[in-house]
Design a protein around this ligand. Structure first.
Ligand code: TNX
Length: 839
């Protein structure tokens, strides 16, 4: 065969040498120019600042001490390190940092710029000290891409306390993050003292034993523990003032959020009269709670909110106040006579108009206190808002683009990239999963502002980027730090650095070094574990980051600091299950223990070596198949300037075609496609190969072939009375193509159900049934059950839907032929059901 492909098995992970002498900086500055010469740390003895930047220098000195940098004596005459007020007008936050043989200058026209220049310098000095190398002479010219670089902490679900909040503000400042969004109220707690309504905290700040607020399901030790111990806490107004001032010194603005009109159970526990009168009949919202949506018909509520937000406004100097507005269970209003009367009076056709009514009143209340309203993307439902009102887009980037098109200032906080309460990949990781598994790469690789999708005036409305830590599954500060860092380092770079300069390769290389700053400043950040791949009995470990060491064992024991270091040579291993490996930092800190290995791609190909046009390629598949069953070929686009078309894909056994695949097209928006095929009568004496025509002048791609981890019975069928939207037929659930799904053509009503007949009874150990759009919680089944049956008559409930997924595990394999899901409550959204995952 005359192959024009570059075919290779990626056997050894490539170790990219840390070439640049310039120590790794996170976030990446706009411009770095390296000059000849060096400056040794010993030459740096003193530091000085122009009068405008005295406070910044004193904070920096504290910071230098906390990360064990050499002591620089602060003096009033020019020091070896100088913070200078620039004569030239620079944008807010911008600075110039210059290192030459005589010393270091940081010039800026804003105090924040001097402060950020100081943070960059701190990183340079720390790395230089740790590596025992002089500083290279250089010039850095830097400024932020976005003015809004935010991080949200939910203290309602778990209360972290003042010390943690302050340490978090410090960590944010080190990463040039400048907006701290403080989610202070939710169903499980009200965390800020309001003098006019003392019960908000005396009652609303505590849950569990002896309190009015129940222990939430995620905090229960077990089902039989309805109360749980008393838990809670809150900030006094004195605490708040202290924290606001602490943040301001670090150039961080705090934006408080009191979540209304939903997520208000703690509010209602303190003042039950704020609820609609018939609330009990409304049923549960997406989080499985009742009694958490306040009345928008009761005039007294607006008087209360005026006082509450008034006190809040006096405590926080920020322009914006966040009012929440997310996930409101409008059923609470639908079942309430006074809300139905209100709808009649105003001629409202749907309850979302009531939410809009409420938001318009809140806008006025806040304006009256000199503030502008900010809310989650749902506040756009049900009608127009003032153009000044800002939107925080959490459900998707698209929601943000829409908000900007509608004229609203917009902050991008899409769950799949910015929700750090989502799980990290790997075993033993805790957290939510509704927006998918969010690893640091996913937190990094996205663009908050696709310039070609917005007109210039719309682009200008995108204020910036925001990551969020919701804390249902984050019990304490230790876990909070673990979930935030290093993912928030990625957010910092998304928000600060120029899009055209950003790349995951560069970031991950720098991150390896940058972790030493986290080693000094966080006791519990997540050390990223390595990964491994296998091909034909050889295991290759890829270090978590270039330059990071990995220890491993092959006898199933836990790797320790004295275990062998992985040196890049593939390990021959027959018993993959006995392999353990983990990252070890120079500080001695280690990652979680990793095990197992994913399959090597059978092909990594680069069309730039193809000379264009279409060519038929033959890919031998040696040692790939080891048993009959369902197999999955995955085609992934790795990059390039053009789309790639793959045609006439066929799998051969000897010279016989045993499977033909549909033609595929891959491009940057459509990066991955999977195709299933069944293998029967596997024969070790035959050779297998894949042929295809590849069309593209510039594209890189990869093919992996793996056995399906799930059972996928052939004769399965699906039936339902729910109407079908477009061609999203129920049978899409059992074609076992995971990209197709069932979509209802209407809102779901209590009692709606869908029945899957597997065609034969199977012995199952696990059933996972996901609903809703992949990677979001749009169109999920909010309240429902999954039942199973052998005969189609006697059904047994095995799981409840929780955030859209029903998941059942059986200690003893269960004989199952039928799966049935049933809605337990009316919902306003439609329903998407995805393929069941059966094991
Ligand atoms: C959705 S994002 C919520 C929060 C949850 C979070 C968990 C948003 C505005 N609401 O109440 O804590 O998902 O990821």
């Amino acid at each position: 065969m005359k192959s024009k492909f570059l075919l290779f098995l990626t056997l050894a992970a490539s170790f990219i040498p840390i070439a640049a002498q310039i120590p790794a900086l996170v976030p990446l500055p706009a411009k770095i120019k390296q000059n000849d010469g060096e400056l040794t740390l010993k030459q740096l003895k003193t530091a000085s600042a122009d009068p405008a930047f005295k406070a910044e220098l004193s904070l920096l000195s504290e910071h230098w001490k906390s990360i064990d940098l050499p002591k620089f004596k602060t003096q009033s005459t020019p020091g070896d390190i100088r913070l200078l007020q620039s004569k030239q007008e620079l944008p807010e936050g911008a600075y110039l940092l210059k290192i030459d043989a005589s010393g270091i200058t940081i010039s800026s026209s804003s105090a924040s710029g001097a402060f950020y220049g100081g943070q960059t310098l701190s990183q340079l000095i720390l790395h230089s000290k740790l590596q025992d190398k002089p500083l290279p002479c250089l010039e850095i010219q830097d400024q932020p891409r976005f003015a809004w670089r935010g991080l949200m902490l939910d203290e309602a679900r778990h209360f972290m306390g003042k010390a943690y909040v302050m340490s978090l503000l410090d960590q944010m400042a080190r990463h040039k993050l400048n907006v701290f969004h403080w989610h202070l109220t939710d169903d499980q707690g009200w965390r800020i003292e309001i003098k006019a309504y003392p019960k908000l905290t005396s009652i609303g700040a505590f849950r569990g034993e002896g309190t009015k607020l129940p222990t939430p399901k995620w905090d229960k030790k077990n089902e039989k523990d309805p109360d749980g111990p008393k838990y809670g806490g809150f900030y006094t107004q004195k605490d708040i003032r202290e924290i606001v001032a602490y943040a301001a010194e670090r150039h961080i603005e705090i934006i408080p959020e009191l979540d209304m009109p939903g997520h208000a159970m703690a509010f209602a526990a303190a003042y039950p009269e704020v609820l609609p009168k018939q609330d009990g009949e409304a049923g549960e919202g997406v989080h499985g709670l009742r009694g958490n949506v306040i009345s928008v018909a009761r005039e007294e509520n607006y008087r209360m909110l005026d006082k509450i937000y008034g006190e809040l406004a006096s405590l926080f100097p920020s322009k914006y106040v966040h009012v929440g507005g997310d996930e409101v269970n409008v059923q609470a209003w639908k079942v309430s006579p006074e809300h139905r009367a209100m709808m009649d009076k105003h001629g409202y056709k749907n309850p979302h108009q009531l939410q809009n009514h409420f938001m318009l009143r809140l806008e006025k209340i806040l304006n009256g206190h000199g503030k502008t309203l900010l809310g989650w993307n749902e506040i756009m439902h049900g009608g127009q808002l003032s153009k000044d009102t800002a939107i925080m887009a959490w459900i998707s980037v698209n929601a943000g683009l829409n908000a900007a098109r509608k004229g609203h200032p917009t902050v991008m906080a899409p769950g799949p990239h910015c929700y750090f309460d989502m799980k990290y990949p790997g075993p033993g990781e805790t957290g939510h999963w509704w927006a998918g598994i969010v690893d640091t790469k996913r937190a990094y690789e996205w663009n908050p502002l696709f310039v070609d999708q917005l007109k210039p005036e719309e682009q200008a409305r995108v204020l910036g980027v925001h990551c969020a830590l919701w804390t249902e599954f984050v019990p304490d500060p230790e876990n909070a730090d673990y979930k935030l860092w290093p993912r928030a380092c990625a957010t910092a770079e998304v928000a600060w650095s120029l899009q055209e300069k950003r790349s995951w390769d560069s970031f991950s290389r720098r991150l390896g070094q940058h972790l030493s700053l986290l080693d000094k400043t966080s006791d519990s950040y997540r050390v990223p574990p390595p990964s491994a791949t296998q091909a034909k009995g050889l295991i290759t470990i890829a270090p978590a980051y270039p330059g990071t060491e990995t220890v491993f064992t092959t006898d199933g024991s836990e790797p320790t600091a004295s275990s062998p270091r992985y040196q890049g040579k593939p390990i021959p291993l027959s018993q993959l299950s006995a392999l353990r490996y983990r990252t070890i930092r120079p500080s001695g800190r280690m990652s979680k223990v990793a095990q197992g290995a994913t399959l090597e791609p059978v092909l990594t190909a680069d069309s730039r070596t193809w000379k264009g046009g279409s060519t038929t390629e033959k890919l031998p598949l040696e040692g790939v198949f080891d048993q009959d069953g369902n197999w999955i070929a995955q085609f992934s686009y790795l990059g390039g300037k053009e789309a790639l078309e793959l045609k006439n894909l066929a799998l051969y056994q000897g010279n016989k075609v045993i499977h033909r695949f549909d033609d595929l097209k891959l491009d940057p928006k459509n990066r991955r496609q999977t195709a299933r095929f069944e293998l029967q009568g596997l024969d070790s004496s035959s050779t297998y190969h894949l042929t295809f025509e590849g069309k593209s002048k510039d594209a890189r791609f990869q093919i992996t072939i793996d056995r399906s981890p799930f059972l996928e019975p052939n004769g399965a069928t699906v039936s339902t009375d729910i109407g079908i939207y477009g061609n999203h037929r129920p049978t899409n659930l059992t074609d076992w193509d995971r990209s197709s799904f069932f979509w209802s053509n209407r809102a779901i009503k209590k009692g709606d159900s869908l029945l899957i007949d597997l065609g034969e009874a199977l012995e199952l150990r696990e059933i996972i049934l996901p609903t809703g759009k992949a990677g979001s919680n749009e169109d999920i089944l909010a309240q429902g059950v999954l039942e199973v049956s052998t005969d189609g008559e006697a059904f047994e409930t095995v799981a409840k839907f929780n955030l859209g997924t029903a998941s059942a595990k059986f200690n003893k394999a269960k004989n199952v032929r039928y799966l049935r899901i049933t809605a337990q409550q009316d919902q306003t959204s439609w329903l998407i059901v995805r393929d069941p995952q059966l094991k």
